[in-house]
Design a protein. Structure first.
Length: 316
């Protein structure tokens, strides 16, 4: 399998964290698995490059590295709306015209917007900078309430950890849920968050340990084949249905039903990849009742069918 070439385009002052998000996801090789990606960095000028952490990093490649990229990652930087040299924006446009996927993490969206690649499109960035992005680029439809937006050829993420969510989402799109899960486990990450989830809780996170949803989520994830209604979950948590729904919104930015559907689709994807079980059996095992329902959910959420997904990512 040819390696998918990922190149991070750095712009000073560069945030080391957003760069590390991309490096960890695309540069990690799960145990006993051939590598699927190569990862390197470039900048407008090779040499020392300032970071927001107070040190400089040595970048050896210039913008010419983008000519070989299958995916270009633009990590966040501060201040987000500082001018970008024309050579950098032109290199981004050239890579996009050539067919490279452009991925902005956090305030990297400002760089991609300066290249004109977000015009007329929905995009996001760190919640603290969404109003700034909308004011600077009125032709961009800024969505402040999501973790990431993926158009296929261009994708943007919210801040900090949402960059990891987007990178893992892209790995799932490229190589399937099981491979992405291996990377997430190596990074000691919980199950993935959907891009449509809220960037942050509407209310402060609970202070008491007994208000955490983690035990309930672990319990439900181990029983996906069972009938799990809101009432069942609430009873298990010892809460009213209304209180449980509120805590899901506060802690996860989504509803219990949407969280549960996401876990069931993830489990179905892995079974399609790693087994030759009939679709009807898989639907029953993950709690989606029937092949018809599984196909409908796949089409609505993944834009494909279980059969086509298995042909693309099946390991058997």
């Amino acid at each position: 399998m040819a390696l998918h070439r990922v190149v991070a385009l750095l712009t000073p002052p560069q945030s080391p964290f957003e760069l590390a998000c991309a490096s960890e996801v695309f540069g990690t090789v799960p145990q006993d698995t051939p590598p699927r990606y190569s990862f390197r960095v470039c900048a407008e000028r090779p040499g020392p490059l300032r970071t927001t952490a107070g040190y400089a990093m040595l970048v050896e490649a210039g913008p010419a590295a983008l000519r070989e990229a299958d995916t270009v990652v633009v990590p966040g930087r501060q201040p987000p709306d500082a001018a970008v040299p024309p050579e950098v924006t032109e290199a981004l446009r050239d890579a996009h015209r050539r067919g490279a996927r452009i991925v902005a993490l956090c305030t990297g969206a400002f760089v991609v917007a300066q290249a004109g690649l977000l015009d007329g499109r929905r995009a996001t960035t760190h919640w603290h900078s969404t109003a700034r992005l909308a004011a600077a680029f009125p032709e961009v439809r800024v969505d402040p309430d999501v973790l990431f937006v993926d158009h296929g050829d261009v994708a943007t993420s919210a801040g900090t950890g949402a960059g990891i969510d987007l990178c893992l989402h892209l790995v799932r799109s490229d190589h399937g849920a099981a491979y992405a899960a291996q990377i997430a486990r190596r990074m000691v990450l919980p199950p993935h968050r959907e891009g449509s989830q809220l960037q942050y809780a509407e209310q402060p996170a609970p202070a008491r340990a007994d208000e955490s949803l983690a035990p309930l989520l672990e319990w439900a994830a181990s029983r996906l084949g069972s009938r799990l209604t809101l009432d069942h979950l609430a009873e298990r948590a010892g809460l009213s249905s209304r209180t449980l729904a509120r805590r899901f919104t506060e802690q996860l930015g989504t509803s219990p039903g949407q969280w549960l559907l996401g876990r069931r689709l993830d489990a179905a994807r892995i079974l399609l990849e790693q087994t030759d079980l009939p679709v009807e059996t898989i639907a029953s095992r993950v709690g989606l009742a029937s092949a018809v329902n599984l196909r409908r959910r796949f089409r609505a959420h993944l834009g494909t069918t279980p059969g086509a997904y298995r042909r693309a990512f099946g390991e058997i």
